[in-house]
Design a protein around this ligand. Structure first.
Ligand code: COA
Ligand code: AMP
Length: 635
């Protein structure tokens, strides 16, 4: 198939979105065709393929299993931590998914019911997701690096009938028992699931609660396979929680129809990958990248997807990615820049590549955080294939900007994640809502309506959705990223405009961290800022003001709060440092000057904000940062 060039496709997508996406939708099997491609007037946001009916799992599995790909590998699970590789053909994966759908149905799960999946990177996580899709149930995957409290918040918000989990995950140096975290979360949550299905892994056996907990293997043994339930294109496929500015995460909703169409289109047009080829997103099913490009995108497109349980380094070394590429014949890899920084740190000359045949590899895609040009150049030089930085968010579900390899999208401009992908109408706006000329930094926004697969709302929170995304700039979706565009339309995404920080490609809310810190009885006030880290991009640092009369030492309080973040939010927050200060620098209206603190901590140039209430406080901040090894101003 020849694909139209980028400019032509881009114009077509904006000039006549209904014709553009209507044609793309022919790639999908529909039970009933749509009445309207786009309902731009729908509230709170546009809906796609209204009146259409389909099943996502059918599109990801059955149509391939029955259409000539039954013996092709659908999923290869490669575990660098257990040394095992498990392969499923399309026929085998369909059978597993149908059986697990039968298990869920037997536990009372039906169309529209929610199911939380809290699992490590094992094939059963993908099987559980697809089984929900098969039943028309709504899954909500919770990343394994989150602890009980975060899980409990999600349980209460989406009220699952069933939770699917495993006894443990395996990290580099330790086995992480999931079941005690799950039991703890259920205890904290007000909503109680009817059942938990637990996969017992040999590294740690979970204790089961009689009458509530069901053993995965035993349940599968007697399961009656379930067929595909037809759902509306606009019915939710999943909810994925992502950090907001408070401790209450946002439940991003994804629909079935637009999602299938956009992901299918993206696989060849953006990633340049064809059905039958092997595609690998080295992410986690707990993140949007895992949803879109470990599970749904490659399977809907008829590819073989690789699911990797391991790290870029340490399992066992910085050659792990090269081994996986060579062993499975990967044509395109997608990961976060932090993974490449980790590999480069351990193996700066890429010597470990020489041990593996990387001949199948055609491209590397990076996303999740800004990619520094240095890392991009290193990857390009060592791999000798196009390295594409591309930009997106949990909310959008697929890339907003990229160099579309299937569309002759032009060369990569280092420091930029490329131009707007067809469907996305990008604008950089000033505070007055006017579009800024090329080169000027402002709020990056997307003109409405958003294309298929972008979020139609937040779970049970239409008003929050409108307030957060659609209100600041009427007629636009506010991405909360700031940056600029060059005269050729390349976007440069430089910083968040809210209190979100990005730690090793993981999105964290400083507000949520602050809530944990201020819950400590000796802490009167707290601020968390993200400071530069050469490996993880950013790491959080806490600034604590202690209660008058606190009898504990600074060190004791710091140790307490580091422990409570790990316990309540999870190890993924990588919260290891906090300092005690006399006061927090604030504006006269009482807003904590986090941005200025971050600049000081990063050793960047900073100016005394005109509105600061007490300039001297910054000297103290600089001193305490120096004490924990961070640069002093001007250093
Ligand atoms: N279950 C339980 N714990 C988990 C976990 C999981 N699924 N994932 C991470 N953790 C824990 C880790 O064990 C670590 O704990 P520790 O403090 O005891 O060491 C902590 O959370 C931080 O983990 P991580 O962010 O993975 O950092 P790391 O220092 O172990 O490894 C990198 C650094 C760069 C190798 C790693 O962050 C990485 O591979 N990042 C890529 C991220 C990515 O793919 N993002 C998705 C966007 S595409
Ligand atoms: P998440 O929702 O977890 O995928 O995080 C989305 C956020 O990560 C975006 O809003 C950006 O702030 C950041 N991000 C993702 N990809 C990129 C990229 N390629 N360049 C710069 N920032 C990125």
């Amino acid at each position: 198939m020849t694909l139209p060039a980028y400019d032509e496709a881009y114009r077509a997508s904006l000039d006549d979105p209904e014709a553009f996406w209507g044609e793309a939708a022919e790639r999908i099997d529909w039970v009933r065709r749509w009445d309207r491609v786009l309902d731009a007037e729908a509230e709170p946001a546009a809906r796609w393929f209204v009146g259409g009916e389909l099943n996502t799992a059918h599109n990801a599995l059955d149509r391939h299993a029955d259409g000539g790909r039954g013996d092709q590998l659908a999923l290869v699970h490669d575990s660098a931590v257990t040394g095992e590789v498990t392969r499923f053909t399309y026929a085998e994966l369909r059978a597993e998914v149908a059986s697990f759908a039968g298990v869920l149905a037997g536990l009372g799960v039906g169309k529209g019911d929610r199911v939380i999946i809290y699992m490590p990177m094992i094939p059963e996580a993908a099987i559980a997701m697809l089984a929900c899709a098969r039943l028309g149930a709504v899954h909500s995957v919770v990343f394994g690096g989150f602890a009980s409290n975060e899980l409990a918040v999600r349980i209460d918000d989406c009220a699952p009938r069933v939770i699917v989990s495993a006894s443990c995950g395996v990290e580099v140096a330790r086995v992480v028992e999931y079941k005690p975290l799950l039991d703890g979360a259920i205890e904290i949550a007000e909503h109680k699931p009817d059942h938990c299905v637990v996969l017992q892994r040999p590294m740690a056996r979970a204790s089961m609660v009689d009458g509530r907990d069901v053993d995965w293997v035993e349940a599968m043994a007697g399961a009656e396979p379930a067929g595909c339930t037809t759902v509306a294109a606009t019915d939710p496929l999943y909810i994925l929680y992502t950090s907001g500015t408070t401790g209450q995460p946002k439940g991003v909703v994804r629909d079935n129809g637009g999602h299938a169409v956009a992901l299918s289109w993206s696989m060849d047009h953006i990633y340049g990958v064809q059905p039958g080829e092997v595609y690998w997103a080295a992410s986690d099913v707990g993140w949007v990248v895992g949803h879109s490009y470990i599970v749904y995108g490659p399977l809907i497109h008829g590819c073989t997807t690789v699911m990797y349980e391991g790290k870029p380094v340490g399992t066992p070394d910085a050659g792990a990615f090269w081994r996986v590429i060579a062993d499975h014949g990967v044509v395109s890899l997608f990961t976060a820049p932090t993974a490449f920084r980790a590999i480069r740190q351990r193996d700066p000359d890429g010597e470990l590549m020489a041990d593996h045949d990387l001949g199948t590899m055609r491209s590397l895609f990076l996303a999740g955080e800004r990619c520094d040009p240095d890392t991009l150049a290193w990857a390009e030089e060592k791999l000798g294939v196009p390295v594409v930085d591309h930009w997106w968010q949990t909310e959008t579900g697929w890339p907003i900007a990229a160099t579309c390899l299937g569309l002759e999208g032009g060369g990569v401009v280092p420091g930029s994640p490329g131009r707007a992908v067809p469907g996305w109408d990008l604008a950089v706006l000033g505070p007055d809502g006017r579009e800024l000329p090329p080169g000027e930094t402002g709020a990056i926004c997307l003109r409405l309506p958003l294309p298929p697969s972008s979020l139609p709302t937040l779970w049970k929170a239409d008003q929050r959705f409108v307030d957060k995304y659609l209100t600041a700039f009427p007629g636009f979706y506010e991405t909360a990223d700031a940056g600029y565009m060059d005269s050729d339309g390349h976007i440069f995404v430089m910083a968040r405009t809210d209190d979100i920080i990005n730690v090793a490609g993981h999105r964290l809310s400083t507000g949520a961290l602050e809530e944990v810190l201020t819950a400590h009885p000796d802490v009167a006030e707290a601020a968390v800022v993200g400071v530069h880290d050469p490996l993880k991009g950013q790491v959080p640092i806490g600034f604590l003001v202690l209660q008058v009369g606190s009898e504990r030492t600074d060190e004791e309080v710091v140790a307490d709060v580091v422990g409570s973040v790990r316990r309540e939010i999870g190890p993924v927050a990588a919260f290891k440092s906090a300092v005690v200060v006399g006061r927090l620098p604030k504006t006269r209206s009482g807003k904590v000057l986090r941005g200025t603190i971050a600049k000081i901590a990063d050793g960047n140039e900073w100016r005394m904000p005109a509105t600061v209430d007490d300039p001297v406080i910054f000297d103290e901040i600089a001193d305490v940062l120096g004490d924990i090894g961070l640069p002093r101003p001007g250093a």
